[in-house]
Design a protein around this ligand. Structure first.
Ligand code: SF4
Length: 118
């Protein structure tokens, strides 16, 4: 059986949740003070997700880069694949906040979108 202590990011309280698990099965959980914490830890054990933020170069603008992010969370194990793909991406001005900069990044089905207009 494995054990971990995970800090919940569901709210500023930051509860430290201790979890015992085998494979993807949660055996025991203590320290969460609400259901959101329980859900967060279950996701962390079974299929952790993350939002990825970065910047990419932009051509034709006074700004050299544009900030971007995944439109929604992606599987944590895909973060390095996403970052690797982003090293080959250049945006062209004008870019509006929310514009798709890269579709289906790293085969996740999730797009990379601009988080600022430049
Ligand atoms: S368990 Fe609930 S109260 Fe604690 S940090 Fe997570 S969301 Fe906040």
């Amino acid at each position: 059986m494995a054990e971990r202590t995970i800090v919940c990011i569901g709210c500023p309280k930051g509860c430290e949740i201790h979890v015992k698990y085998e494979g993807h099965e949660v055996i025991e959980m203590t320290g969460n003070t609400c259901k959101r914490g329980e859900d967060y830890v279950r996701n962390e054990i079974t299929h952790p997700l993350r939002m990825v933020t970065s910047i990419v170069p932009v051509e034709g603008s006074e700004f050299k880069t544009v900030p971007v992010k995944t439109r929604s969370d992606i599987p944590k194990e895909k973060i390095f694949d996403v970052m690797r793909e982003l090293t080959h991406v250049k945006a062209k001005a004008p870019v509006k906040m929310g514009d798709v900069i890269l579709e289906n990044v790293a085969g996740t089905g999730i797009d990379i979108v601009a988080t600022r207009s430049v």
